[in-house]
Design a protein around this ligand. Sequence first.
Ligand SMILES: Nc1nc2c(c(=O)[nH]1)N[C@H]1C(S)=C(S)[C@@H](COP(=O)(O)OP(=O)(O)OC[C@H]3O[C@@H](n4cnc5c(=O)[nH]c(N)nc54)[C@H](O)[C@@H]3O)O[C@H]1N2
Ligand SMILES: Nc1nc2c(c(=O)[nH]1)N[C@H]1C(S)=C(S)[C@@H](COP(=O)(O)OP(=O)(O)OC[C@H]3O[C@@H](n4cnc5c(=O)[nH]c(N)nc54)[C@H](O)[C@@H]3O)O[C@H]1N2
Ligand SMILES: [Mo]
Length: 766
Amino acid sequence: MTHKKYTGSAGGWGALKATTEHLLKSENVAKNIANLLKTNQDDGFDCPGCAWGEKHENKRFRFCENGAKAVNWEATSRRVDADFFANHSVSWLKKQSDYYLEYQGRLAEPVSYNPATDKYEAISWDDAFAMIARYLHQLDDPNRLELYTSGRASNEAAFVYQLFGRRFGTNNFPDCSNMCHEASGHALIDSIGIGKGTVTIDDFELADAIFIFGQNPGTNHPRMLETLASAYSRGAKVVAFNNLKERGLQRFTNPQHPLEMLSNGSTPTTSDYFSPKLGGDMAVVRGIVKVLYARHKVAQLTGKSIFNTAFIAEHTVELEPYLAEVEATEWDVIEQQSGLSKAEIHYIADIYQQAERVIITWAMGITQHKHSVQTIQEITNLQLLFGQIGKPGAGLCPVRGHSNVQGDRTMGINEKPSAAFLDAIEAEFGFSPPRAHGHNVVRALQALEQGNSKVFIGLGGNLVAAAPDTARVAAAMRNCDLTVNIATKLNRSHVNPGKASLILPCMGRTDIDVQVAGPQKVTVEDSFSMVHASSGRVEVMDNIRSEPAIICGIAQAVLGETSEIDWQAMANDYSVIREHISRVIPGFIDFNQRIEQPGGFYLGNSARSLDWKTKSAKAVFRSHKLPDSIVPLPAHMRGKQQVFTLQTMRSHDQYNTTVYGMNDRYRGIAGERKVLFINPEDIRALGLKDGQLVDIQSLWLDDTERKISGFKLIPFDIPRGNVGAYFPEANALVPLESFGDGSETPTSKSIAVLISKTDEMQLSVN
Ligand SMILES: Nc1nc2c(c(=O)[nH]1)N[C@H]1C(S)=C(S)[C@@H](COP(=O)(O)OP(=O)(O)OC[C@H]3O[C@@H](n4cnc5c(=O)[nH]c(N)nc54)[C@H](O)[C@@H]3O)O[C@H]1N2
Ligand SMILES: Nc1nc2c(c(=O)[nH]1)N[C@H]1C(S)=C(S)[C@@H](COP(=O)(O)OP(=O)(O)OC[C@H]3O[C@@H](n4cnc5c(=O)[nH]c(N)nc54)[C@H](O)[C@@H]3O)O[C@H]1N2
Ligand SMILES: [Mo]
């Protein structure tokens, strides 16, 4: 049976059982038990899973079920070497599933694609570097190079990577963040002068209310459940806003709590749960403000106030136009767009108003819409009205995805670097970095598709599967003169090689990294701006290299004698890289000394210190109208009942494009990924049945047909008119041109779709 409603708590024995199963699958059991004990410890490695932080306290276990999957997946004894590639052509590999490709094991030696045989063949490191140099020297413009980064790269790797790109002459740094929290950075920099969250992990212990928008921590940030359950237990209000009823946002059994485990007990993680329509969160927040503004006006008649008028006066600008916009927003629009009633919004406003300290967190349910920047600025406005920034137990908390995605940005992986950053690079290294802005993910893919960019280098990640419009993106990659993937595991991007292509196998977080100067550490930054060191535990036997060593090798081959940068010294000893960082990037003074501190160090946050790095030197109320519609539609489809809005999300057994298994335990799915979550009444309204197979076709403003077939209907607790499916399978439906205003993030959480019965005869023929 594919679907059976899950009624247990999140965590608990199920999590322990799954941890054990994935440990066995790694075929490296004894070593990986030792590995897990070093996860997130002072002398161990940073978990390659998510970017949630750790409190600094003595704790034997600091991993969760999904962190354990990530560790086991990386530290497997299975190998993908030249023999493997000799046995499998690229055309054959392309037909295999994402799960199959990654499950084959760790990439073990550098390989180069031979179009004549359609196979990857062994190549030496020196020849690989020389080949890259040959292709790059042929480019008539450095901006024909695209340098992609996925968020696992360490600070050290990211810093040398951006340095190489800028010395070569381009700011083309598309990165996974463009598909992820870009809107958060964009919105927050504009509103409060810094693109990062303002809270620390300790603030969660002080908050009276925690609002969680568009986030599924049970799967994606499991260590957050402990934080939520403990906030709930001490009486804080924890309010979830989620399009789906997610188990992790309801009850949690802490697998590290013997009494709770043995008694089969569990703790609620939330006090209240609301399911807005997809993209309806901005309307929810607008509604909360509307209620509270009305109360504020009444209070003012008697000389009192509901808003924090002292904070507003001292720290903010542009309140009036915002309040006028709030006033002008009609309740029926708020109700219709949010899917919540006025009474529900009044209830939520009460909770907000009664709390002295409020934290608001969010993730992809907020950032992957057309109006994400506007929504995040609306959330920020609410917090500013009550002075909920810059005091303990309160603030804004975009919960980051990849374990070092925030650090990579800090290190300069940014297609729009600030002038100050470029000046600092120039002062430190004595060359003039390019000033023109480069490409983000969407722009890079368009440039590759049109043949304007010719060479793609990926520092980790799997852009072909992670990006929208899969078929177009795969074709764009194949159209490149050269693609280079620096990676740990085989994936979809590697089986769509350019005319020439290299796979360069690298070390991961769990590996012991020894260079000329001895064993090396790397550093990462978590969601709470804590920077700390990480050093692996697994001995490396294969012909693989560290990311910094590979990038420095490429840089040496490409830039050779003309470069005034000592790449070899940086590859030999990462503390040399950190010395440079300490002089280039604010907040990193004494970097090498400070990472010796257990738990690392805090980078600080200007907004938290009430230092607003905006033009006006104040926090800004940004006012936006609620969107006219959540998804742009062709004219003839507007207002049609049969149009659904689709969100694409993660199952419990995946890490982005890495599929660990076929189950989604908390949503009751077993052995299946081609599913479509849908309201049972919508199934009936469509004249279909539970479990029936359907085609999903997306609607967009161009003529391209985007359709996927054979998805099983799963009745689920989801608002009518909304549906959900897993990415990367559903990425074929997302048009590359459908992206967020200002953020240019693909709208992975709002795609207009039509649903129809699959012609099963046709399916079996295909
Ligand atoms: N195990 C594991 N951990 C991960 C990852 C992983 O794949 N696996 N990925 C990492 C990465 S890179 C990231 S960015 C994070 C992602 O972490 P999440 O943002 O939690 O990831 P998603 O699976 O996209 O889940 C989105 C959630 O938002 C809800 N949602 C969707 N649209 C809306 C909306 O319009 N409004 C509201 N209120 N809710 C909505 C969905 O129902 C779902 O619960 O996790 C990181 N951690
Ligand atoms: N439809 C839809 N699309 C989405 C999303 C969505 O919610 N819906 N989410 C988006 C989000 S939030 C993100 S962050 C992106 C993720 O996009 P990416 O970051 O590009 O994708 P990942 O799946 O995380 O990358 C996995 C690959 O990284 C490599 N890898 C793993 N560890 C390491 C390492 O330590 N070093 C190196 N060099 N390589 C390593 C492995 O080869 C593995 O196959 O996807 C985005 N795409
Ligand atoms: Mo992400």
